[in-house]
Design a protein around this ligand. Structure first.
Ligand code: MN
Length: 303
């Protein structure tokens, strides 16, 4: 079954000991399986303390980040690529130390608006770095999720089809595609078929509404999203992402353009999201199981 998670920024803007314990305790209290911790600055995470809290509250974890202009591995500049590789390796060691199962996000380029398309050399460089990072991740049992984002946040991977082709070029079983409904809603022609076509390459999933607030309070057709997940036989993590000006991480909130207040009550938001995801997923699986398709997990060979 899918493990359900919540992004730490639903609870806290930083990762002091107090914020770490509060976010982990509240996530566990609502019955989630994991918390996704932003690792833009991996040195800000006290790994020993974080692991202690995860153990205390019996919670799993994943890490996410976007690279920046100075660590952009899709850059043609070898020094920038080298800094990016070092950053990703540093994140992997934090992931290993806290027992994270996945490292995901915009790991293949900077998280920024680009004003030019990527170059073939830049893409090849990004793939070469990710192959080394992926091999290192595999030694710690960590899966890498390449998050597909909208055109205003990267110029490399904007659609599921691009990400599947890119991940195949990396060519490692633990380097997977990470899709996010917020971004898919902007770039995909059809959310359900994008999920089905990603199939076994899908390794991580973000659920977010079009305005990034309460699920159901925007324009995303979640029935098609959950049917797509059921038909794809997806069994990996599903993490709820939501951002409001009520909880601010200066760096991340600024990059994502979180200017509006969409909610105040983190616990109510997260509780609602958990029920929403569980109910829709259950309904989609029931519909799929009775539709004449093979049951989930048997629809694609090689899984
Ligand atoms: Mn996301």
């Amino acid at each position: 079954m899918n493990k359900l998670g919540v992004h730490a920024l639903v609870w806290v803007g930083g990762w002091s000991h107090d914020e770490c314990e509060r976010a982990i305790a509240q996530t566990a209290e609502l019955g989630f399986d994991l918390i996704e911790i932003p690792a833009l600055d991996p040195s800000s995470i006290d790994a020993v303390f974080t692991r202690k809290m995860l153990d205390r509250y019996k919670l799993g974890t994943t890490l996410s980040l976007g690279l920046d202009a100075s660590t952009d591995i899709s850059s043609a500049d070898p020094d920038t690529q080298a800094r990016g590789e070092a950053r990703l390796m540093q994140v992997l060691s934090v992931a290993r130390d806290i027992g994270a199962t996945h490292v995901c996000g915009i790991l293949y380029s900077a998280l920024q608006k680009y004003f030019e398309p990527p170059t073939d050399a830049g893409i090849a460089g990004s793939i070469a770095v990710l192959r080394r990072v992926g091999e290192s991740a595999a030694r710690h049992g960590i899966t890498i999720g390449l998050e597909v984002v909208n055109r205003y946040e990267s110029n490399v991977l904007n659609t599921a089809a691009q990400a599947v082709a890119f991940a195949r070029r990396v060519g490692l079983p633990n380097v997977k595609v990470h899709l996010d409904t917020y971004h898919m809603n902007i770039e995909e022609a059809d959310l359900e078929s994008a999920l089905i076509d990603s199939g076994a390459m899908l390794g991580y999933f973000h659920i977010g509404e079009s305005g990034r607030g309460y699920l159901g309070a925007g324009n995303i057709d979640f029935d098609r999203v959950f049917r797509g997940l059921a038909k794809a036989g997806y069994e990996g993590p599903i993490t709820f992402e939501s951002f409001s000006s009520a909880v601010v991480n200066k760096q991340l909130s600024g990059m994502l353009g979180i200017w509006r207040n969409l909610w105040e009550d983190s616990a109510d938001l997260a509780r609602h999201a958990k029920g929403f995801i569980e109910h829709r997923l259950k309904a989609a699986r029931e519909a799929h199981a009775r539709s004449g398709f093979a049951p989930s997990g048997e629809s694609f060979s090689g899984r």
